[in-house]
Design a protein around this ligand. Structure first.
Ligand SMILES: Cc1cc2nc3c(=O)[nH]c(=O)nc-3n(C[C@H](O)[C@H](O)[C@H](O)COP(=O)(O)OP(=O)(O)OC[C@H]3O[C@@H](n4cnc5c(N)ncnc54)[C@H](O)[C@@H]3O)c2cc1C
Length: 581
């Protein structure tokens, strides 16, 4: 690939997960001065840190909990235009997101991948022509540059210059091809299906990868850093104060610019001087629930399916990490936004829809995981329901100069970051164009390029290549040096104990939950196997080895896990009666 700015990297040097340790980060941030301080370590904050650092700003980022702990670990994991938003005629949003989708496949090919999506039709139903019309629009809007045909793009790929990924146009496929892609639909006897492409990812890994890139450009980041105040200097936002989670100590960071990227919490951070309510967003949270099922219970094969869910609504059933991911709901929410949990009625709604569609009988006792997230939708004061409120991002500026960026989508993080940093550049009159459309995110590695030590199977290698790209070598090196770390965290799943050490050393993980809910997604993919403290003891030991925990602390951290799993609502099957046989 040709990089316009010549930032080709040396594969040997790039570890891909190079965050400073927490202790070093505290030292680098506390009491220091930066040009930009970013509050919030979800995908939006990570994007702002990367954009600003790559334009030459000195940047510090502070995250209250763990990176991506909020909505950025709770999405449907799709990098997509959002076919659904076409219904609202939100064409600008769809077009922007489709361009970003294309860029993400190009910049992070190991982490953002296309998946075939099916909208099956069954004998008894009439074909919904509106879907075909919508997909035609989706195809047209997915074209890279106005006036540039797919043929031109293909030939530029042949020349390996300025190549842009673009999916094939949607088409209708017959019964046989439908069943090849989704064998589980055989019982339903599908007539045909619309086939189109969208992309999937792991939202946390995408966030961590962006943070890793920001770090390469000199940004410093710290999790467990709860921002409590915006510092005031003659009416200007001049930095922030934060409380560090482990010591409980309060620190100040001075900054010329403060960016609030706290997602659904964005309306809670306000400098003293805010008097005009229009200067800050009003968030109308909406909760979305997802379920994970074993493929033996509900299988989409290698394709995703759009599943009707009553009253003209639709949900997705997606293949993800070898499981079937089902979601989502979209309901106004006034509960705890820090710990949203899947509601029983949402679980029942999703299971009913998916069972009716696949002719299965999965129940909540079959769930291998579940999660809920809260969308940072911006309220316009319009009493319409959240499904209709736009997913657009909004940038706010108070008279103190603090910028708040919220709303939007996982897919559009780069645009949101650009919009924010463009404003900083504009108000300072700097000459500093945005580079993020050309910056690779991590470094691709194909499974075949990775050498696995004894005992690490193909599935593990493929998963490591997806999750870490080139940096998978670090995990494999560790597993080679210490065969104990080549063991799987959960029997039958490809995640390795070595990943706990990598997470602690290079990604600021500091609890079992950081490892199981975010660095790996095992808490969502295998919750029933991880119910008790004993099951996670090896994880606590591996983390403890890297972080210097005492034996007592290892025990305490393992014992803290079941409460964290319960708090996330990730194991609804724990509460449900075992199925009668
Ligand atoms: C159910 C659901 C499904 C979705 N599916 C998709 C999808 O498939 N594709 C897509 O493109 N988009 C999707 N989205 C939208 C997308 O997930 C969000 O737009 C995006 O993750 C928001 O990221 P963010 O960084 O703005 O917010 P967050 O990820 O919530 O990050 C904000 C961070 O700020 C931190 N914070 C808050 N207060 C403080 C403080 N005082 N000090 C320090 N830190 C603080 C929080 O801990 C949090 O980590 C979905 C959203 C939901 C809810």
């Amino acid at each position: 690939m040709h990089l316009r700015f010549g930032w080709e990297r040396n594969a040997g040097e790039h570890v891909g997960v190079p965050m400073l340790s927490r202790a070093d980060s505290i030292e680098a941030i506390a009491g220091q001065r930066f040009e930009v301080v970013v509050i919030g370590g979800g995908i939006t904050g990570a994007g702002v840190a990367l954009d600003a650092a790559s334009r030459g700003y000195s940047v510090a980022l502070l995250e209250r909990g763990d990176y991506a702990i909020g909505t950025s670990s709770r999405s449907s994991k799709m990098v997509h235009g959002g076919l659904r938003y076409l219904q609202n005629l939100d064409l600008g949003l769809v077009r922007e997101a489709l361009i970003e989708r294309q860029l993400m496949v190009q910049l992070a090919p190991h982490l953002v991948y296309p998946t075939p999506f099916l909208v099956p039709g069954f004998a008894e139903e009439r074909r919904d022509r509106r879907i075909g019309i919508g997909l035609n629009m989706y195809d047209v809007m997915a074209t890279t540059r106005v006036g540039r045909s797919r043929r031109e793009m293909r030939s530029s790929k042949d020349e390996d210059e300025d190549f842009s990924w673009s999916p094939d146009r949607h088409r209708t496929i017959g019964r046989e091809e439908v069943l090849e892609l989704v064998p589980a639909l055989a019982e339903r006897d599908p007539r045909d299906a619309y086939l189109f492409y969208d992309c999937q990812t792991d939202d946390v890994r995408l966030t961590l990868t962006i943070l890793g890139e920001a770090e390469r450009f000199g940004a410093v980041m710290l999790n467990g850093a709860d921002v409590t105040d915006v510092l005031d200097d003659g009416g200007r936002a001049a930095g922030v104060a934060f409380v560090e989670a482990e010591s409980g100590e309060r620190f100040e960071v001075r900054a010329d610019n403060v960016v609030n990227a706290t997602g659904v919490f964005a309306d809670r951070i306000r400098p003293e001087e805010v008097v005009d309510e229009e200067d800050v967003p009003r968030i109308a949270p909406s909760r979305g629930t997802h379920l994970l099922l074993d493929r033996a219970d509900v299988s989409t094969g290698e394709a995703a399916c759009i599943v009707p869910a009553g009253e003209g609504r639709a949900i997705f059933a997606l293949p993800w990490y070898g499981r079937t991911l089902v979601g989502t709901t979209d309901n106004d929410y006034d509960g705890d936004i820090e710990h949203p949990r899947p509601a029983a009625e949402d679980i029942a709604y999703l299971l009913d829809a998916v069972n009716a569609f696949f002719g299965t009988s999965a129940s909540d006792s079959d769930l291998v995981g579940a999660y809920a997230g809260v969308r940072p939708l911006i309220s316009t004061g319009d009493p319409r329901k959240s499904v209709d409120i736009s997913r657009r991002a909004e940038l706010y500026e108070t008279s103190s100069g603090m910028l708040t960026i919220t709303g939007g989508k996982l897919t559009t993080w780069r645009r949101m970051a650009k919009q924010t940093v463009d404003r900083l550049v504009e108000r300072e009159g700097r000459e500093a164009p945005c580079h993020t459309a050309e910056l690779p995110l991590g470094m691709e590695a194909r499974p075949a390029d990775l050498e696995a030590p004894e005992g690490v199977g193909e599935e593990a290698v493929a998963q490591l290549a997806f999750r870490y790209g080139h940096a998978a070598r670090k995990v494999l090196d560790l597993a080679r040096e210490d065969p104990g770390l080549a063991a799987p965290i959960v029997a039958g799943r490809p995640d390795l104990l070595a990943e706990a050490v990598i997470a602690a050393r290079y990604e600021q993980a500091r609890s079992v939950a950081d490892l199981l809910l975010r660095r790996t997604r095992l808490g969502l993919l295998a919750a029933p196997q991880l119910r008790d403290a004993e099951a996670v003891r090896p994880v606590a030991e591996a983390l403890g080895g890297a972080l210097g925990w005492s034996r007592r602390q290892v025990k305490r951290e393992a014992e803290a896990w079941p409460a964290a799993l319960a708090e996330a609502g990730a194991d609804p099957a724990a509460a449900s009666p075992s199925p009668t046989v």
